[in-house]
Design a protein around this ligand. Structure first.
Ligand SMILES: Nc1ncnc2c1ncn2[C@@H]1O[C@H](COP(=O)(O)OP(=O)(O)OP(=O)(O)O)[C@@H](O)[C@H]1O
Ligand SMILES: [Mg+2]
Ligand SMILES: [Zn+2]
Length: 527
């Protein structure tokens, strides 16, 4: 069977030259001039948030250093070196998430002294470098100190703070920026046109905004739209993406402002019935809370908030109902909830509803912001009874509140959260099924990409399969050949590691023989 389109877009459109990498000109221009002048370093560290081009640039750089005919610092893509680079043993991509031990680095060190077999340089790309163990970092340090002249290291990480200073000081560091929505939209437009995905500029901008700076996420979203279909506008795209939009979010915030729990839960219910993703609703609520905070803290919020005058006016009105402390509390709680939503196998709706109940009633929280909000309310009451200390009610500045991250825990939550807060109707169940299907499609595609990095055979065995994520385990549906080929401990280990990487937690998995016709029966869960 052909490869899934989910993998295709971001692999197919991975830039092959620096000039095609967007939003990172501050990096690509330096790398290009280093290639041109032949002054490349022996160790680089690429850091920055996910999906912004770190691995892409590492691959281009690895190719460019050996290219025999590079033009303006870009690899030509045609010379024998460029062609060989695609599959050369001289370029090693190592995933530190699964090879994080000292042995992996030792093995690498032993081999690096041999001269490259077909390229000018041996390049080691160490992805997720922050995952290396202390021992591995120590071993790497020695290597970085005096590498043979034909060796180059490129470390990539999303978590710079976990890289020891000793390593940092030996690498040339580049910080990858989140890509602006405008740049993402421009590239998306080009890709959508080439792929015959018909979206209006408004729809493309919406995707670009939701991608929050990650081109890979934007391309994953673009995958959700069919090819050769009628033109889809922003509203249509919002539906397909399960975006909630300002309207319902403002309604939700207005209910929260009034501490109207029932009203707030009704908004969540409506969004759920309309198949909106609870994760997206949560992040959009977080965005609007941030807007409210800006309204509180700045005199010209319109300079910072991307919204119509109408919405700014509404935000200003709504901000009156919130104390600063309560806003901080709400934002903290939303962040916490967002993390929970990505980890939890428990009903996403119930998770979000629990948060909404707490948002409406800070009494239920132990967060410092909630406690200060309650104190503020007491102060306000006291002001009426005793000599007024302050003319206007003034709140302590946020930095007065020592912001510690306290886990949001209310004893009732564990017991209550066993059951979904409201009875689920069949329509809701269907919506949840669709939501799960969409998530598992994207997750399976990411999982395949991880497997491919480690074991091409395992990848080819899994590429026709599909997966089902249950509460605490994953069912992989594969053909009989794959059942046989992947039964060994090494393959199982790779699968387990890749699943954990994609899901963010360790799960058990089992392989089930897939019925050939099953793929058609369950198109939503297939890839
Ligand atoms: N700056 C960019 N310009 C063009 N395309 C990009 C850019 N960044 C990412 N992409 C697209 O996203 C895909 C994934 O990017 P890449 O693997 O380079 O991200 P990354 O920064 O290494 O992310 P991670 O930290 O998750 O490994 C690329 O194949 C490409 O299609
Ligand atoms: Mg990467
Ligand atoms: Zn070349």
């Amino acid at each position: 069977m052909a490869q899934t389109p989910y993998l295709a877009l971001y692999r197919k459109w991975r830039p092959q030259v620096f000039s095609d990498v967007i939003g990172q000109e501050h990096i690509t221009s330096v790398l290009k001039s280093e290639i041109k002048s032949g002054s490349v370093s022996h160790a680089y560290l690429f850091c920055g948030s996910r999906g912004t081009g770190k691995t892409t640039c590492a691959k281009i750089l690895a190719k460019a250093v050996s290219c025999e005919n590079s033009s303006d610092g870009d690899p030509c893509g045609k010379c024998p070196s460029c062609l060989a680079a695609e599959n050369s043993f001289d370029i090693t991509e190592m995933d530190a998430a699964s090879n994080n031990g000292v042995d992996s680095i030792r093995e690498l060190r032993e081999r690096m002294y041999y001269p490259p077999s077909e390229l000018k340089r041996r390049v080691y790309i160490i992805d997720e470098a922050h995952m290396l163990s202390q021992g591995a970092f120590n071993a790497l340090l020695k290597t970085l100190e005096e590498p043979p002249s034909h060796v180059m290291f490129i470390l990539a990480t999303t978590e710079l703070n976990k890289i020891p200073a000793t390593i940092l000081s030996r690498c040339k560091r580049f910080d990858f920026y989140r890509i602006s929505p405008e740049s993402i939209a421009k590239l998306l437009k080009k890709i959508a046109e080439a792929e015959k995905i018909n979206l209006t500029d408004g729809a493309l901008l919406l995707i670009a905004r939701l991608a929050a700076g990650a081109m890979r996420d934007a391309l994953s979203m673009l995958e959700l739209f069919g090819r050769d279909k009628e033109l889809i506008d922003e509203e249509g795209a919002a539906k397909i993406l399960g975006v909630v939009g300002r309207g319902p979010v403002m309604k939700l915030l207005s209910a929260i402002a009034k501490k109207n729990t029932q009203g707030a839960l009704e908004v969540v219910g409506e969004a759920y019935d309309a198949s909106k993703d609870m994760g997206i609703l949560c992040s959009e609520t977080g965005e609007s809370l941030r807007d409210l905070l800006l309204v509180k803290y700045t005199s010209k919020p319109e300079h910072f908030i991307e919204a119509s005058n109408d919405v700014i006016h509404q935000l200003k009105e709504m901000a009156e109902s919130f104390t600063r402390e309560r806003l901080l509390y709400c934002i903290e709680l939303i962040e916490e909830t967002q993390n929970r939503l990505t980890r939890s196998s428990f009903s996403r709706r119930a998770t979000f509803e629990t948060a909404v109940i707490k948002l409406c009633d800070p009494l239920l929280s132990t967060l410092p912001e909630a406690i200060i909000d309650r104190l503020s309310a007491v102060e306000e009451k006291l002001q009426g009874d005793f000599t007024v200390q302050q003319k206007e009610k003034e709140f302590p500045k946020p930095n007065v509140v020592e912001k510690t991250t306290v886990a949001v825990e209310a004893p009732w939550e564990e017991t209550k959260s066993e059951e979904p807060a409201l009875e689920e109707k069949p329509a809701q169940k269907k919506a949840e099924k669709q939501e799960t299907a969409r998530t598992s499609m994207v997750a399976y595609a990411e999982f395949l990409e991880e497997v491919k990095k480690k074991d091409i055979v395992a990848f080819s065995m899994l590429v026709d399969g599909h997966a089902q994520l249950n509460e605490s385990n994953v069912k992989l549906f594969v053909n009989s050949a794959a059942m046989f080929m992947l039964a060994n401990a090494k393959s199982r280990d790779i699968i387990q590691t890749c699943l954990a990487r994609v899901l963010g937690y360790t799960v058990e998995f089992e392989m089930t023989k897939m019925k050939e016709e099953k793929k058609e029966d369950l198109p939503d869960l297939n890839l």
